[in-house]
Design a protein around this ligand. Structure first.
Ligand code: KIV
Length: 283
């Protein structure tokens, strides 16, 4: 495969200006990052969704900065060239701009990120400003924001009515003015996403379940491949059922161990007769 060039903020904006949609996926580990790198995925998000998909929590709230840094480092090792985004976990930025800058800085210095993402609208504008002022590209996240899922009434469409949609549109402008290089719109109606994309001047608008009219698309990797056992959201397309393939393989392994057909001769190593004799004599 031809050597891949590093994806930068500049190259992302160039794609957007040419009308080339940007591909973005979540990723939490080295082998998956390696595959995403080979597939040429433009952007990778190490989402705090790893709390649910990798660590088995019921929400993203228990995830810590140290969890995020460890997984992000592994992803960077697997994908040196994708534009890597670290997701700020719960309470790593809500309390103060100082916390926000310090923790965003950890993503850049310890995990080799290209940008960070945080959830929230106008109430987070000063956090975005402070992070950007520290020289760190910041991505906003509007619509369904999983860290506030209880306040939002569950995992459901946001901005269905005109008043709530207007707030999301205004928030997008406020985050753009605060310096966000991109904004993720999660689970908002397609027309709201289109409107925000048309209004944006210096900010990439990315869609997760918000329709086609954005500068790019994000999906949760585990939803794409049937790897999250609890549910698959409507917005996710299953591109292949790896979960089923893996389960079949596990059942076969279990069966073969029980009936002693695994391991076969090609799965282990022998030893020369004279070496084995010497070994047994010496015991
Ligand atoms: O944590 C995550 O993966 C996210 C997505 C839901 C956008 O923030």
């Amino acid at each position: 495969m031809a050597e891949r060039k590093k994806v930068t903020l500049n190259s992302l904006f160039q794609k957007a200006s040419k009308g080339e949609p940007i591909s973005w996926l979540t990723c939490y580990d080295y082998p998956t990052a390696y595959l995403q790198e080979q597939a040429g995925i433009d952007m990778i998000l190490v989402g705090d969704s790893l709390g649910m998909t990798m660590l088995g929590y019921d929400s993203t709230l228990p995830v810590t900065m140290n969890d995020m840094i460890r997984h992000t480092q592994a992803v960077r090792r697997g994908s040196p060239n994708a534009f890597l985004v670290g997701d700020m976990p719960y309470m790593s930025y809500q309390a103060s701009s100082e916390d926000a800058v310090r923790n965003a800085g950890r993503f850049m210095a310890e995990a080799g990120c290209d940008a960070i993402k945080l959830e929230g609208g106008r109430e987070m504008a000063d956090r975005i400003k402070a992070i950007v002022a520290a020289g760190i590209p910041a991505i906003g996240h509007l619509g369904l924001t999983p860290q506030s899922v209880a306040a939002l009434g569950g995992f459901r469409l946001q901005g269905k009515g005109a008043a709530q949609a207007r707030k999301i549109v205004e928030d997008a402008t406020i985050l753009e003015e605060a310096g966000a290089c991109a904004i993720l719109l999660e689970l908002v109606p397609d027309r709201v996403c289109k409107l925000i994309t048309e209004r944006s001047r210096n900010t990439l608008i990315m869609s997760l379940g918000s329709g086609p009219d954005a500068h790019g698309q994000l999906l949760i990797y585990h939803d794409m491949f049937g790897l999250y056992p609890k549910f698959t959201p409507k917005m996710a397309k299953v591109f292949g059922n790896a979960g089923e393939v893996i389960l079949e393989g596990l059942k076969t392994y279990h069966q073969e161990v029980k009936e002693k057909s695994f391991p076969a001769a090609e799965n282990y190593f022998g030893m020369k007769d004279e070496e084995f004799e010497e070994l047994t004599k010496s015991l």
